[in-house]
Design a protein around this ligand. Structure first.
Ligand code: NAD
Length: 489
């Protein structure tokens, strides 16, 4: 930029003459331009503040992780519009979708659980079917007394705890929903999936920064432990806790004294009555119960079949890709610990692997599911196993089947599945079991949007009642009232 002024005379206050020569003007202009440039850089630096600290959101200590997330939340809330947040989410979806194969393999290798091909489906589901900012609603009520607006405001900084069973999916899903609602997140990934969690957080943060967003919208500590979860939950700067995991972490979150969302364990029963196409029911149960080797909390965990159809159902399952095992004792020896709890080393392992461990020959290498025909009080029925070994319990009639279903679900109010063409049966069981997700005549995963209508989530809040969480779950409802104004009718 150059200004062609040879010399200027200005009259200062009081009449004193000030002569400015061309040289001086150029210097002044240069100085002004420099200052404008510096100001711009400062704004940009503010927006991406503390990007130099931490490693794309990963910090050595919890204190630093929370501090960075607090600063980032301030920037997000003050400097970014809802449209800009949606742009960041778009960038997150685009970038992480390029890493799906890698993170699916990484989660499998690190945790030693599940099936890569199913993890790919789960990750794509989280990326494509988690709602963004479109989930948020503003309501207005107008009348003679004026106008009242109800808005969904951010909570602030959320402490999110994620499970080993869906390490990348939960982080992707929570990140999209929580940022859509203008929060930032301190993640506490499972120690057995820390490499995967860290990788996903870094990719998401990188995509946010490249799209012009602030650094550290998502943070975590490099070495997550139960102690780091505890210190995160207890920190005053955290305003909401979202715990996805087993009963221990949900209880800890609910005892924190803060707003907490608990997404806990389930033990979904699948009822089969005598009105259905048993071949199709058999196929759907195998698909749902063997999905990612039964790791999803929503997967069918116990079959409750009418005695009159149980044998035929088992036959169809065997004709498909399941194997019935009579020698339950050998399975009990390896699946149950001495105290009756589940052997975690077998969680999410392949069916053929589990059989071999029990000294039983699998009928094929790619066996999807093992069935055991047992009584209601069997530990495989009562405990959440998270492995492709499904117990079948027989019921005399539908009334008894419902009672068994309710009993094995243990009041988790999580998920239940039913195969029936009888509308009365479908309705009666829905009323009795009161689960958050109720799937009719399909594999369980239809309930989280895979092959069924509706959005997905990997944080299903049964205990605290938010249900299938989404952006609006992570908001505070606020009311803004204007009296005697804006009433135009
Ligand atoms: P987990 O409870 O062992 O661990 C989950 C997370 O909580 C981990 O990050 C872990 O470090 C932390 N944690 C565990 N105990 C804690 C405690 N006492 N205090 C603080 N933090 C604690 O569960 P998991 O094995 O990782 O995951 C499987 C469990 O999660 C199953 O019970 C499954 O049903 C449940 N789950 C529920 C949902 C849902 O949406 N409802 C989704 C996925 C998994």
């Amino acid at each position: 930029m150059s200004i062609d002024i040879r010399a200027v005379s200005l009259n200062r206050e009081g009449g004193e003459r000030l002569d400015i020569k061309n040289q001086d003007i150029n210097k002044i202009v240069e100085q002004i331009l420099k200052e404008i440039e510096e100001e711009k850089t400062e704004i940009k630096d503010n927006k991406t503040e503390n990007s130099s600290k931490g490693d794309l959101g990963i910090f050595p200590t919890m204190d630093e992780a929370i501090d960075a997330a607090c600063k980032a939340q301030n920037i997000l809330q003050n400097d970014y519009s809802i449209e800009e947040r949606e742009e960041l989410i778009k960038a997150m979806r685009n970038e992480i979708s390029m890493h799906v194969d890698k993170i699916s393999r990484m989660a499998y290798e690190e945790s030693g659980m599940g099936r890569i091909e199913d993890k790919i489906i789960k990750n794509n589901l989280a990326i494509n079917k988690t709602p963004g900012t479109e989930d948020l609603r503003t309501e207005a009520k107008s009348g003679k007394k004026g106008l009242t607006i109800l808005e969904e405001a951010p909570f602030g900084v959320i402490c999110a705890i994620t499970p080993v069973t869906n390490p990348s999916e939960t982080i992707i899903c929570n990140s999209i929903g929580m940022i859509a609602a203008c929060n930032t997140v301190v993640f506490n990934g499972h120690p057995r999936a820390k490499k995967t969690s860290t990788y996903v957080i870094k990719v998401l943060n990188q995509s946010i920064i490249e799209a012009g967003g602030p650094a550290n919208l998502l943070t975590a500590v490099a070495e997550p432990t139960i102690q780091t979860v505890e210190s995160c939950m207890a920190d005053d700067r955290i305003s909401m806790i979202v715990a996805t995991g087993g009963p221990g972490v949900v209880k800890a979150a609910l005892s924190s004294g803060k707003k907490a969302i608990g997404a806990g364990a389930g033990n979904p029963p699948v009822l089969v009555d005598d009105t259905v196409d048993l071949k199709r029911a058999a196929s759907d149960i195998i698909k749902g119960a063997s999905f990612d080797n039964n790791l999803p909390c929503t997967s069918e965990k116990v079959i409750v079949a009418l005695d009159s159809v149980a044998d035929e159902l088992i036959k169809h399952m065997i004709d498909d890709n399941a194997q019935l095992i009579d020698d339950t004792v050998s399975l009990e020896k390896i699946i149950l610990n001495d105290d009756g709890s589940i052997n975690k080393d077998l969680v999410g392992k392949n069916a053929a692997y589990i059989l071999r461990k029990a000294g039983i020959k699998p009928k094929c290498e790619d066996l999807r599911l093992v069935i055991v025909d047992v009584e209601l009080d069997h530990p495989f029925v009562q405990e959440e196993q998270l492995m492709p070994v499904i117990p079948l319990v027989r019921a005399k009639n539908f009334e008894e089947a419902m009672e068994i279903g309710v009993q094995v679900e243990h009041g988790n109010r999580h998920t239940a599945v039913i195969h029936s063409k009888n509308v009365d049966n479908l309705t009666a069981f829905a009323k009795k079991i009161e689960t958050t997700i109720y799937v009719k005549n399909a594999p369980s995963y239809a309930g989280i949007g895979a092959g069924g209508e509706g959005h997905t989530t990997f944080t299903i809040a049964g205990p605290t009642g938010e249900g299938l969480t989404s952006a609006r779950t992570f908001t505070r409802k606020r009311r803004c009232v204007l009296v005697d104004g804006f009433s135009i009718i």
